[in-house]
Design a protein around this ligand. Sequence first.
Ligand SMILES: Nc1ncnc2c1ncn2[C@@H]1O[C@H](COP(=O)(O)OP(=O)(O)OP(=O)(O)O)[C@@H](O)[C@H]1O
Ligand SMILES: [Mg+2]
Length: 256
Amino acid sequence: MSEVLLDVDGLCKDFGGLEAVKNVSFQVRHGQIKALIGPNGAGKTTIFNLITGVLPADAGSAVLGDTQLLGLPTHRIAALGVGRTFQTSLLFDQMTVLENVMVGHHLRGRSTMLTAALRIFGAGAEEREYREAAMQALDRAGLAHLAGRSAAGLPIGQRRLVEVARALAAEPRLLLMDEPAAGLNMRETEHVGEIIHSIRDGGVTVLLVEHDMSLVMNISGEILVLDGGQRLAEGRPDEVRNDERVLAAYLGEDID
Ligand SMILES: Nc1ncnc2c1ncn2[C@@H]1O[C@H](COP(=O)(O)OP(=O)(O)OP(=O)(O)O)[C@@H](O)[C@H]1O
Ligand SMILES: [Mg+2]
């Protein structure tokens, strides 16, 4: 077993009486693709928001390497190497694909995405450096050929990958992906799976939230299942798939 990169312990978040995250603990090891699954409202995105400093936690800890993330501002957490893609698309349609990814190189959390966009252009030598980092990130996401295209009108499958490239441009050690296959067809989903694999092989540890069970089962080394903010089960795909509690939580859904 390799070293632990992210150690989440006793994480709690309450929204005015709604316990969205109840005492959740888990670990992500270096080089792992770990999935966080569960029905709608299980608390998955909230956990990402707590780890990335978008929301303050009520209790618990989230340690990256030996640094406590909770309590730090989003830009510090990003600078420590935690990258993220969002459940809903956040591309600037008036920019090219490359420019959208350049924003990522300067991205320090969602709230300052626009500030980052305004700051990077026209910055001379720095702009060239961002451009190079962004081209490399596009290449890793398999999108180098689209660099000069406008983001407007890009098919959803490619929009998703532009967001992945944007997160990669900040050179994360840990990449949190929130439903990267949402809205994609089977072929596009398989392609995203291949890209996630190659990102991991390139040295980035991945924590994946995803509803597409074929993707989750195919690419994850380990799966944590949440339900109603609580940890329901955890294990390898073959263990989780046959767990009675998991089957009950997903009643009526096909998890194969
Ligand atoms: N900022 C917020 N304020 C109040 N309630 C919130 C907030 N964010 C999330 N919630 C609530 O917390 C619960 C968990 O939401 P969360 O978005 O984490 O679920 P999820 O597992 O990501 O679901 P989905 O699969 O639908 O994306 C839900 O009941 C949701 O309505
Ligand atoms: Mg969510």
